[in-house]
Ligand binder design. Sequence first.
Ligand code: AHM
Ligand code: MG
Length: 329
Amino acid sequence: MQPSVDPTINTLQAHILSQEHDNPRSNETLSWILSALSISAKAIAAQIRRARLIDVLGNVGNANVQGEQQQKLDVLANEIMLRTLGRRDDVAIVASEENENPVFLRDGVDGKRRFCVLFDPLDGSSNLDVCGGVGTIFSIVRHDRRANDPIESVLQAGSRQVAAGYILYGPSTVFTLTLGRGVQMFVLDPSIGAFLRVEEDLQMPDAHKHYSLNEGNRLSFPDGYQNYLHWAQEQTYSSRYAGAMVADIHRILLKGGVFLYPPTAKAPKGKLRLLYEANPMGMIVEQAGGLAMAARDQRILDIEPTQVHQRTPVIMGSTKEVETVLSFL
Ligand code: AHM
Ligand code: MG
């Protein structure tokens, strides 16, 4: 007899099990990976909450593969994720913003389906010193056993993701997940140590007169973006920018608006990374009824990646707001 799941217990764990129960073939081994991500989220949240007290703020003194200064918590969060995911038999490869190359863990020679987990362990980490919101972003794709090396296996278009999500470490810890059938949102109840569902099949507002971008770069945006900004300000749009993509997209999922990271003089291909930032956030936004684009005619999830750490411009959020931006490009 099939085990049944009590539908009144709306925890992340119960959600994963019920999905597996309803779709036994498509999700057969994701539950262990998602439970590792949930444990990582709790461990990272605990470190962040006490960061100022246990001396884990500030730089390590090294630059990561992107040439960016690593914070102590970037390194710590990366280690937590590598350790928890590394122990899961279903994970073939892990790829992190903080590591130059994907790490190969095990193959699927026993015929068992295995997955690649790509992640940014601590996105927006420069917010840490000022107690601002930061997040973890993850993307899960099937491991391609025919691939010649780990890089080849992780280089898959975002439309092939089987699951994606983010964890926001703010006043509460929020776990937002899609398994390709809608978006579910959970909040950590620290008193019982479980993520409880707060939004089921979340749909974002279609429009909202808010834009979110680093306006300091304005003068080096391509003309279309500058014209859009001019227009939006004439229309009395409001500006909201947390400086952490997870916090900005989380707000837009709930309230609506558009998030942009255009090409700039400093970052001509955009700043955000395709595989573990734009793709997973793009899948969440699309599953919530929004749009995620890289350019006027380029959907983010359709980009065929060529490099693990490749960057892309990002325009994502409420459908009408994204369409308006595109009309200026
Ligand atoms: P990070 O992964 O090194 O933290 O960089 C990504 C972050 C995003 O969260 C955020 O949207 C963006 O960088 C902010 O960049 P800027 O400071 O240029 O506005
Ligand atoms: Mg990041």
